[in-house]
Write a protein that binds this ligand. Sequence first.
Ligand code: KG4
Ligand code: ZN
Length: 335
Amino acid sequence: MKVLGIETSCDETGIAVYQGGRGLVAQAVYSQTDLHSAYGGVVPELASRDHVRKILPLIRQVLDEARLSSASIDGVAYTAGPGLIGALLVGAAVGRSLAWAWGVPALGVHHMEGHLLAPRLETPAPDFPFVALLVSGGHTQLVEVIGVGRYRMLGESVDDAAGEAFDKTAKLLDLRYPGGPNLARLAERGDPRRFRFPRPMTDRPGLDFSFSGLKTFTLHKLRDELPRAVDPDRTRADIARAFEEAVVDTLVIKCRRALRETGHRRLVLAGGVSANRRLRERMERVMTDEGSEVFYPRPALCTDNGAMVAYVGWLRLMAGQQEPLAIRPRARWSM
Ligand code: KG4
Ligand code: ZN
């Protein structure tokens, strides 16, 4: 079965084809980053308009690259939520309509389930069960994954998501959107010993997170340090590094705790922030010491993409699920 996957929940138009027995056949992502960077963040209205412009040419491109005719597609999966409602509507309307025109089943899938299972597109794929750390712009969650569709929430952020904290802190540091990767780049030059930021909620039991305090801590640090800095650029880099260290350390501490509490030996990292190099390195080192394995997909499968949607769609369509013609995207949707 060949499934076309469509992702339009935010500012990436992602298209892919997944085929059982073969894996990922083709994929393409168009990122709207340049469009939104002038505004310092995603402008929902512009995102929707750009998805409308790009989606059909991108589907054409992916099918052509894979030398597939539309007649060979057996099902269509699109992200039904959570996300920006206008952006979701584009992928949902196009995906559902194509499926109807082609006479094949369609299915709206959960964006976070896509992130959660994306590491299974890689070889070696993590076997079930595992603990997943989902860290994106909108979510920070620790999830116990027993199998497809069998998820238990272990903990989540009580305020800002990790990616959101990266993005907001990047703004304080005068970095351009997208903040997360730019902050990580600045932190490369920073001295990790100069400042020490708190590791929120690690001194008490539980697996929840809180990242909004780190953003405020950064703001105060900048106000205190910058006016008297001999080398302001250096200070900015040192503060970026201290922030990144604090986020990474906090995530590592909670993941170790989650593995110990559940008894699982596999940890899967997913979502945009899992593209962060320091997070990957530290997590790998600490979990190996614990006798556990860490899995993370290549960066292109960490950030938003159509491949994860095609894959989840394939799993669920194969299991016989499909949806009626009525389209029902959901801006908010718990997994
Ligand atoms: O999963 P994703 O592409 O979109 C959402 O579903 O939110 O995640 C985007 C988030 C953004 O907050 C972005 O700043 C962050 O992932 N991000 C990073 C890095 N690459 C992306 N954060 C830190 N370091 C990175 N290298
Ligand atoms: Zn995402």
